[in-house]
Design a binder for this molecule. Sequence first.
Ligand code: DGL
Length: 260
Amino acid sequence: MIGIFDSGLGGLTSVKALHAIVPLCDISYFGDTGRVPYGTRSREILIKYSMQDMRFLMSLGVNAVLTACGTVSSNCLDELRTAFDIPIIGVVEGASLKAASVTKNGIIGIIGTGATINSGAFERELHKINPYIKVIPQACPLFVPLVENGFIGDDDEVTELVARRYLDSIDKSGADTLILGCTHFPIITRILQKVLPNVTMINSGAEAAALLATKVNPPAESGSIRYYISDEPDNFRSVASIFLEHELTDPVQKIDIEKY
Ligand code: DGL
């Protein structure tokens, strides 16, 4: 069984991608909906939260974990890998490899939460692959509450207005590739693509799922998906259905994450 976690709904982009690649692998998803957002937190708090998230998934007996959160992947991966003796895959590596392989002009934009952009993790990873890549980072914290609250329709004027403001510097830089370094962002890809029509968008959650499938050899089981969250399930169910592009009928259980 593979564990996947995020601060809220964003990690569902990884659930969808992993289930499509290895449909028989059981997945347990934890969305920390009671403590979202993570992207505005200090590193100390992020380590505390992600350790608890990991301990909860470990209690279910997972064989490997995908930290489907750009913020955790950028700030806490080393600590998690030191503390837990199972494979842990973040979202930075796969997206960076993909972006470096598709860019033609070597200019890559990165959008993520404030904590992700401030960490410089994507820049370091891209420069490890190719030191000549020009990186244009931009924090886009407002996208997270917009997505969590369902402002995700293709014609959503509010999200488009925010996107035009945030993406201006990337547009002017001439970047031909954009890493969606927060797993909440792929759900608004079509809005982002309207603002940057000629830019290739890289879905970091999906790239991480593909990387995990090659690195970990996920087991063939019953293909069940179980969802755990730390707040009431109502809003989660309705927005999750949009993320997953089907009605969420699988069980969703509220848990007390502070116990872990
Ligand atoms: N989806 C997460 C990320 O990739 C977290 C967003 C947040 O909670 O601020 O960064």
